[in-house]
Design a binder for this molecule. Structure first.
Ligand SMILES: O=C(O)CCC(=O)C(=O)O
Length: 343
């Protein structure tokens, strides 16, 4: 019998196959816009917005010019989160040298033989997606604590900017996500790190690296190794992310923020493409509300007669369970809609 590691996508890719095995071929209705990530670019010139948030992370004393610059940032972030649900964030304050160390730790790990990585792998037989999950983050990444601290600070900064963009006090979203006034170990934001490895694929027009989904998180922060692959759904079509400008981080709005903002901020549907030439690696930090301590519901300030609540209250865990059962159901029914339901 084949060992589990010999049937992993990575092993199949390394074996030099010219065609992918049928289990990796996506249903026809999901193949629109698929292709080699190096060739799939945006013909209409649509691009994910780039926002520079340095007026909020620069640490300078404040003067009138700073206030003006901050207002510009709030408007740019608000527009990106509303129209796209995703942005390239520049001026994020995470030092380049730290980002390089996280990337190097991941690259070193993936250079190991497949069998050596097996100890860190998710078990598809147990219903987990193929890949190397939180066990890797806790071990091989090594710099997770420092990186995690920086990403946590960045999450607070962006949540403050996004609160201001809703016309609310800067602390409003983070307070709601963490059960304000009731701070304890169980009700801080939870950071989960996931490392995605996209092997080369001989038929990228038939397969995806990561299926189309929205993130359950409040915000997600993505680094990658410079190989293209991210596609986001915007205005009814798939748009390929440009190779991120140097020193930017991709930030996704997730479901939790969409719920709190009563749909004003959109949780972005996205997927990861593969290509024939180069291995892609991405590092994703999901910034999530605590599972049980907080009830996610549209902020009362944003619910009006004209804009009634669009989401039922739920804990994060209930949201996750609901979404997983719905996905299982959809998988079973081989849902044929162009755009999968978000949740
Ligand atoms: O690789 C990427 O750019 C996105 C990965 C992703 O969407 C995920 O891991 O949930």
């Amino acid at each position: 019998m084949a060992s589990p590691s010999s049937t992993r996508v990575e092993s199949l890719s390394l074996s030099g196959l010219c065609a992918i095995s049928p289990e990796y071929v996506r249903p026809a209705d999901e193949r629109a816009g698929l292709g080699d990530a190096f060739d799939v670019d945006d013909r209409d010139g649509l691009q994910i917005p780039i926002v520079d948030i340095s007026p909020f992370t620069g640490g300078n004393g404040k003067d009138d010019d700073d206030d003006q610059r901050r207002r510009v940032v709030v408007e740019a972030v608000r527009a990106a989160a509303t129209d796209w649900g995703v942005m390239h964030v520049a001026g994020h304050g995470v030092p380049r040298e730290l980002v390089d160390r996280v990337r190097t730790a991941g690259a070193g790990f993936f250079a190991l033989p497949v069998a050596a990585k097996e100890a860190y792998a998710n078990d598809p037989a147990a219903g987990r997606l193929q890949g190397y999950g939180s066990r890797l983050a806790a071990n091989a990444a090594g710099h997770r604590d420092e990186f995690g601290r920086r990403v946590r600070e960045l999450a607070s900064t962006l949540l403050a900017v996004l609160s201001l963009g809703l016309g609310l006090p800067g602390s409003r979203l983070e307070d709601e996500l963490t059960g304000a006034g009731n701070k304890g170990d169980d009700d801080d934001l939870v950071l989960q790190m996931k490392v995605n490895y996209y092997p080369r694929c001989p038929q990228p027009e038939l397969a995806v690296g990561v299926e189309a989904h929205t993130d359950v998180s409040a915000l997600s922060f993505v680094l990658h190794n410079g190989v293209p692959g991210l596609q986001v759904r915007h205005a009814g079509r798939w748009v390929a992310a440009a190779r991120s400008p140097e020193d930017t981080m991709v930030v996704h709005v997730g479901d939790a923020l969409e719920i709190l903002s009563n749909g004003r901020y959109a949780s972005v549907l996205h997927r990861g493409l593969v290509n024939r030439e180069a291995v892609r690696v991405s590092w994703v930090v999901f910034c999530e509300p605590p599972p049980d301590a907080v009830v996610l519901r549209p902020l009362p300030e944003l619910v009006t007669a004209d804009e009634p609540a669009r989401f039922e209250p739920r804990t994060f865990r209930e949201h996750l369970d609901r979404k997983l059962s719905k996905k299982q159901l959809l998988d079973e029914q081989h849902q044929k809609d162009d755009k999968p339901d978000k949740y």
